[in-house]
Design a protein around this ligand. Structure first.
Ligand code: BGC
Ligand code: IFM
Length: 814
């Protein structure tokens, strides 16, 4: 069952019922100001950091679900309704929510009054525009009221939700004409405030929540709206809100447009005290200038057009055209869009991430790079250096950092032993894309301390050596607190029955080892070798090659279980992910990574591992993380078995590592299977089962409940997941096979044999490649011939052209 449809020409998903199984959201903003907006106008805004500079308040896990947002109430006679349906939930005569690239448009009507609301963040601006057009489609004149409504957050979202003894007394506002200013904190910091304004004279306003809603009132029936009368309240403490009252009269057929602006204004540090009035009033200069930029419909529409142009340009760097409409739509539109959202948000703010918990993940952000480096190479470079600056001197890393301060998060700390290797992965992707080795020379701090800095190359060296210096009893990498699988905590014990687990300290080991990290070490170690060679570090390259060869041997000796790769050894040297285990006999992660690393490719281990995945882990909705699930709690395994069977890391379909298998299948040359794995979790291919899948059909989710769960097929944690980057890598570089490499662009498709071929356009290092792939013999993999601008070339890597900006490439598979 579907709740909407894709409109590819406009790059939109059009939701046709407000009652989607879960809120289906979109993201506005791509630099500093961001908003989350759901298909019923729920959501919130923040500046740079969802935890520290939150503009509007959101209540989590609320009843009704998703019941705070940026709302417009329309009151005509006794009928009160919202263009986004919530919060009044009045039945609408028409409703559509168009989620597009960086904007969302709601088209609704009630009793022949039509509302079109478009929300977006203009390029380069720290504000959200809400353009509201009302049209009278009846034959009578219509007189009605519009009430806007946002609830301000007192900036620090965590404090806002908890520290009421203080913050019920700190709220302050100012109102000047149609502009409402939320200035809590200004008294003390004097540098930032929020603005909520409309480009028309108002008939009233409210800034105090209780005045607006009424005592014990609710969003669904605010007292002010019901009585059609603003109270002109000025908040003092408690809960500051912003509401404008506009009385509108429309002749038959007439339309009127209002432009609302919600902005974050920051006065530069040096101006903090300039223009300070002794009465504590804010300096409104910047706000007034910004309001002028958006004070007409024409200006707002021009900004929207500019935003659309921005996205059209961004999404033009990689496009595909094939007989698979769903493939094209995902690759050309939604998938790259989601990769950009993961760049902006990392794991901070979604409808599953509160914005106050996790910030930027070291591992997560490094993986996200794989999906967006081709879109914004300069910002990717900056991101790599930001991430590296949180690394410790021994090569290990803070697991997370806060986007505003860019400093490591000491609450979470370090000890995830895969983290350092992800830095090599992200950097290799950057260098392959850009050919820019100068990043290696950048002076980069450790632990955010500029006095402790080396060139960036040294960060990579320490990352690589961290694994070599932390090997366990079998000479496999020590896992530490966890590797990619955060919940596989193998250095655990419990002193008392019923007590949750504790972790062995340094004196007892901790001994647990990871075959997954071994796979990563081999795969990304090869990149490290390439980078060393390019820098003339031959001794280090040789040392690394030897360590990698040694590790491959170790994996085949101590990490192979007969039919598949083992997952790990726990602290007590027991095997994890072995046929000897009662539950958790086979895990997905080492199969994906060891095969991507080509460990035992010649010996047949890779193909065998892939066959085992298909045999033991496959389901119709994707590949589960492990089998059988842990049926009971195992303290020695940590968090993993705390999940009921079929959820999350305990045998859920972790979408994030499904593409590892799809890529691994391309390594063994099985294009049909790589495609099957790709399409099973690809949103556009499962749009028809939205009532089962439940999350947005235009983006990936982190997890789908596995076959052992009662809700088999139901997804959770949409948007902010490494799935976006990895699946994009899979489809673009391994299935379509257009792969940036150190020396040029390689074309190495591994496609379903039924596909006749495809056309692609790929910008790479300043050159546009028009690539045409034909598959006359209907093979799954293999390039029989390739011509570049009509000239046959050996192999399948396109030599870097000189003096050209356009290149035509013809590839014939066979
Ligand atoms: C786990 C969480 C954990 C998180 C950290 C998730 O997959 O289920 O419990 O805190 O990863 O990255
Ligand atoms: O690898 C992690 C990721 O960093 C956060 N989400 C869950 C994944 C698997 O545990």
């Amino acid at each position: 069952m579907k709740f909407g449809y894709f409109d590819d020409a406009n790059k939109e998903y059009v939701i046709t019922s407000p009652k989607t199984p879960l809120p289906w959201i979109n993201y506005l903003g791509s630099e500093n100001f961001f908003s989350l907006i759901s298909n019923t106008c729920g959501g919130y805004s923040f500046y740079k950091d969802a935890k520290l500079l939150r503009l509007t308040r959101y209540r989590y896990n609320n009843v009704p679900f998703d019941s705070n947002g940026h709302y417009y109430y329309i009151k005509e006679g006794d009928t009160i309704w919202n263009p986004g349906w919530m919060p009044t939930k009045t039945d609408l005569d028409a409703y559509e929510c168009h989620h597009g690239m960086g904007y969302s448009t709601f088209r609704s009507s009630k009793n022949d009054l039509q509302a079109e609301l478009t929300a977006f963040v203009p390029v380069g601006k720290n504000c959200e525009i809400n353009q509201l057009t009302l049209t009278n489609n009846s034959k009578e004149t219509k007189d009605f009221s519009v009430f806007s409504y946002v609830e301000f957050c007192l900036w620090n979202a965590m404090d806002d939700m908890t520290n009421f003894q203080r913050n019920f007394s700190t709220g302050e506002v100012e109102v000047h004409g149609s502009a409402i200013y939320h200035k809590t904190e200004y008294r003390e910091r004097r540098n930032h405030y929020a603005l909520y304004a409309v480009n028309a004279p108002v008939d009233g306003f409210d800034t105090d929540r209780d005045s607006f809603l009424g005592a014990y009132g609710e969003n669904s029936a605010p007292e002010v709206v019901v009585s059609d009368q603003s109270k002109n309240s000025i908040a003092s403490g408690w809960a500051p809100v912003g509401s404008h009252h506009l009385k509108v009269s429309l002749a038959p057929g007439e339309s009127k447009t209002f432009v609302f602006i919600l902005a974050y204004i920051e006065n530069p540090v040096e101006e903090k005290w300039i223009g300070r009035a002794e009465d504590g009033k804010i300096n409104r200069t910047r706000a007034e200038a910004l309001m002028k930029e958006f004070d007409t419909k024409e200006k707002s529409e021009a900004a929207l057009a500019e935003l659309k142009k921005y996205w059209d340009e961004l999404l033009s760097h990689f496009t595909v055209s094939s007989s698979e409409e769903k493939l094209d739509r995902m690759v050309n539109i939604w998938h790259q869009y989601q990769c950009m959202v993961t760049f902006n948000m990392s794991r901070s703010a979604s409808y599953f991430e509160s914005g106050i918990g996790r910030g930027m993940g070291f591992r997560d952000s490094c993986q996200d790079l794989l999906g967006f480096v081709h879109l914004i190479p300069d910002r990717a470079r900056e991101r790599i250096l930001d991430i590296a600056a949180t690394q410790f001197e021994d090569g290990s890393a803070y697991h997370q950092y806060q986007p505003l301060t860019k400093k490591g998060n000491s609450d979470i700390g370090s000890g995830f032993n895969d983290d350092p290797l992800w830095l090599i992965a992200g950097t290799a992707a950057y260098i392959k894309e850009t050919g820019d080795y100068t990043i290696l020379d950048e002076k980069t701090p450790y632990d955010s301390d500029p006095s402790k800095a080396t060139d960036f190359m040294e960060h990579l060296r320490r990352s690589f050596h961290y694994t070599i210096d932390h090997l366990g009893p079998h000479k496999l990498p020590l896992i530490g607190r966890a590797d990619w699988n955060d919940c596989l905590n193998l250095n655990c014990f419990s002193t008392e029955p019923g007590e949750s687990f504790q972790t062995f300290g340094p004196s007892e080991g901790p001994n647990a080892e990871s075959v997954f990290i071994a796979g990563m070490f081999v795969r990304y170690g090869k990149d490290y070798v390439e980078i060393c060679r390019h820098r003339g570090l031959e001794d280090e390259a040789k040392l690394a090659e030897n360590a990698i060869a040694e590790m491959e041997k170790t994996v085949l000796d101590a990490g192979w279980d007969g039919e598949w790769f083992l997952r790990a050894y726990d602290h007590y040297k027991n095997k994890i992910g072995s046929k000897e285990c009662e539950d958790g006999k086979i895990f997905i992660e080492p199969q994906g990574f060891c095969v991507m690393a080509e460990i035992g490719l010649k010996e047949g281990n890779c193909l065998k591992a892939m066959e085992s995945v298909e045999k033991y882990l496959d389901t119709k909705y994707g590949i589960v993380l492990l089998q059988p699930p842990y049926h009971r709690y195992h303290v020695e395994l940590g968090e993993i078995s705390s999940y009921p069977p079929g959820y999350k890391e305990n045998a859920g379909i972790f979408c994030h590592n499904n593409p590892w298998i799809s890529i691994a299948e391309t390594v063994v040359g099985r294009g049909n299977r790589a495609w099957q794995v790709y399409t099973r979790t690809c949103p556009a291919y499962i749009e028809d089962i939205s009532e089962i899948h439940r999350t947005e059909p235009y983006v990936y989710s982190q997890m789908i409940a596995g076959k052992d769960a009662p809700n088999f097929g139901e997804a959770k944690n949409s948007w902010l997941t490494g799935t976006a980057a990895w699946t994009f890598l899979d489809v673009s570089q391994y299935i379509l096979g257009i792969r940036p490499d150190y020396d040029g662009l390689t074309v190495d498709p591994c496609i379903p044999s039924t596909l006749d071929g495809f056309e692609a356009k790929r910008d790479f290092r300043g050159v546009t490649y028009h690539i045409s792939v034909r598959n006359p013999k209907h093979v799954e993999k293999g390039v029989a011939s390739m011509t570049v601008d009509g000239i046959a070339v050996d192999g399948n890597t396109i030599p870097l052209p000189t003096g050209k900006t356009e290149v035509s490439v013809e590839v014939v598979m066979g």
